[in-house]
Design a protein around this ligand. Sequence first.
Ligand SMILES: C[S@@+](CC[C@H](N)C(=O)[O-])C[C@H]1O[C@@H](n2cnc3c(N)ncnc32)[C@H](O)[C@@H]1O
Length: 381
Amino acid sequence: MPRLPPLPDLDWPDAENRAAPFAREHGDVYFSGEGLSEKRAVFLAGCGLPEAWSGREHFTVGELGFGTGLNLLVLWDLWRRHRPSPTARLDYLTFEGALIAKADAATIHAPWPELAALSQQLLASWPDRARGFQRIHLSDGLTLTIVIDDIAAALPQARASADAWFLDGFAPSKNPAMWAAETLAHVARLSAPDARAATYTVAGDVRRNLQAAGFTLAKMPGHGRKKERLEARLTAHRPAPGKPPKRIAIIGAGVAGACAAHAFVRRGCDVAIFDRANAPGAGASGNPLALVMPRLDAADGPTARALIEAWLYARRFYPTLGPNAAQSLDAIHLPAARRNSCVPPSCLPTRRWTKRCFSHPTKASAISAPSLFARTLLSPA
Ligand SMILES: C[S@@+](CC[C@H](N)C(=O)[O-])C[C@H]1O[C@@H](n2cnc3c(N)ncnc32)[C@H](O)[C@@H]1O
């Protein structure tokens, strides 16, 4: 399987007039009718939002088919206006096989000025074209987690407890994989007790597969030209998700301890850090500089993916901590030994190309003073 996920093959009937792009491979449009009003009626109202998150400090929405990102934008817009509390968090877990290029997403969002500010923020953090998990922190307590891979490979790797689902995978007659029994069984597995799901289709196979997965269904009057839409509720037993710990103790105030503390504080935990020194980053992280760079791995195994995912996360996360924590710059990385300079990763196209690239110094792009970095992470906001 190629390391890079595919780009969708798009056709543009009339983007300025809010017509949806058409995916040639699947023979279907990304949304129908006017776009936003359908999304609000089918997915937001269909999942009982915003009432369903009232009083909640944490709510998770899952989606099959990230597409243009417009579902996320209409949800985010609703969340900003009806956020249950200033500290409430919204997690958005979405699955996508062929990520739309950022420039195309910008063209698709442009006809909706009401979403311009959110679109701008999303485009500034648009996911990278890489297989696997990417986590992107947006404003208003919203975190986007996107899994880029074919749905059959992506779903089994995911862990979640979603309260609501937007099932949006092109028409089932044109794209049955997104509605298959195995797919919807995973949706149920990744759901919280009593989770809700919504979609625009009432196709027989979809209804049967949702019921087999443990959902109870209701056909509702459709939006626009569609006669009916579907609302579903998970009535099969699901174990209640374990309560996350509130108080966390971390031993070590270096870069790893500080990153862990930052992540727990983001989740609303009380964190205490223990270190024998009296300042963060005074141990091994007291080195004057640390170079953060991607490590290319010949195999496409779990380690290689984790390293790429960590690199992509770091590139987005570090700059949010301000100019003192980390700087982005070009650095020349000289291989320490000749044997390290010519590893031909199988993900790269040709041996000739690989040799040329790896016998020369490679470029890295982020560098930080680790002790400063740890201190920034641990300083009160
Ligand atoms: C109707 S579009 C989703 C629209 C999107 N929710 C939005 O707000 O724009 C369906 C999406 O499902 C994705 N998709 C289709 N088949 C897939 C598969 N087998 N695995 C993963 N994603 C798939 C397509 O690439 C497409 O982006």
